[in-house]
Ligand binder design. Structure first.
Ligand SMILES: NC(=O)c1ccc[n+]([C@@H]2O[C@H](COP(=O)([O-])OP(=O)(O)OC[C@H]3O[C@@H](n4cnc5c(N)ncnc54)[C@H](O)[C@@H]3O)[C@@H](O)[C@H]2O)c1
Length: 270
């Protein structure tokens, strides 16, 4: 029997890397892709070269098609989990962020997910019980001020999960996603923040939230990797890490005006 196979975008760092390590440790064949070739080479060494790696910019559909073709040869045409995980975050009010940064966020976090699914749907179809899994965010609980494009992409991928979970039932594949809260990954050091078009340092939220114990507490990337594993063995659609993020999602859905007004009041105090 061939090894079960996972294909991960944004695999060289943070959540993607933790997931690659965990699935490899469990005996799966790992396809790890990223734009960061240096970090990808380090991952390959850490996996004792027992994996497929390729440079992949998720916004490039032609490149995605080719990388999936190469991966399929290496995995013997199976794809048990497609993990759409690559993402960037850019902070700042919509009118103060350079528009090309807004477009880059939409392209990587949303169009990149469509590119990946479209490129690999034939493999999901051909693999029994396959799962299309996408990293959303707690920023999808309610449109997040100061991260409008980012949270739009994360709300959108949850809608995509729901639609595909029904469409894929035609051929026995599944779709699910995870909304992580504050995860301790390099994303926070890399993220850009703009005020009146000028770049500023982003707050190190994982550091600031280390002593919190609520839904906003800092969680390790491994917890999200565990969630990918659990999701594969479940039929649940939307996952939350930590679990309390789900409660916040529910409250915001039940009272959108109250949530909006609380956020306006909070912003006016700053
Ligand atoms: N860290 C958090 O607190 C947090 C919370 C919620 C959601 N997320 C989401 O988790 C996912 C993973 O983020 P992370 O925290 O592990 O961040 P990370 O920065 O550690 O990893 C993201 C990876 O994506 C890669 N990437 C960026 N642009 C790419 C592109 N065009 N094509 C391919 N790869 C690209 C980066 O090189 C990087 O290796 C993202 O979708 C992010 O939005 C993170």
């Amino acid at each position: 029997m061939t090894r079960q196979a996972i294909f991960i975008t944004g695999a060289a760092s943070g959540i993607g890397r933790a997931t690659a390590l965990q699935f490899h440790a469990r005996g799966w064949f790992v396809g790890a892709t990223d734009v960061d070739t240096e970090a990808l080479a380090k991952l390959k060494t850490d996996l004792q070269e027992d994996c497929f790696t390729a440079k992949l910019d998720v916004t490039d559909k032609l490149q995605f098609d080719q990388v999936i073709k190469d991966f399929a040869r290496a995995s013997q045409e199976r794809l048990d989990i497609l993990f759409n995980n690559a993402g960037i975050a850019v902070a700042g009010y919509l009118d103060e962020v350079p528009f090309e940064k807004t477009l880059a966020t939409l392209n990587i976090n949303l169009i990149g997910v469509f590119n990946g699914i479209h490129a690999s749907i034939h493999l999901l179809r051909a693999t029994e019980n396959a799962l299309c899994f996408t990293t959303a965010s707690s920023a999808a609980n309610f449109g997040t001020p100061g991260m409008a494009a980012y949270s739009t992409t994360k709300v959108a991928v949850k809608g995509l999960t729901e639609a595909l979970s029904v469409e894929f039932a035609r051929f026995g594949a599944r779709a699910a996603d995870v909304s992580p809260g504050i995860i301790d990954t390099p994303l926070w050091q890399k993220s850009e923040r703009y005020v009146h078009g000028e770049q500023r340092q982003i707050a190190n939220i994982p550091e600031q939230n280390r002593s919190r114990e609520d839904a906003g507490r800092t969680v390790a990337a491994e917890a999200v990797a565990d969630c990918v594993w659990q999701a594969y063995h479940s039929d649940k659609l939307h996952w939350y890490v930590p679990e309390e993020v789900e409660e916040r999602n529910r409250s915001a859905a039940l009272d959108p005006e109250g949530t909006r007004d609380a956020l306006i009041a909070q912003a006016s105090k700053r």
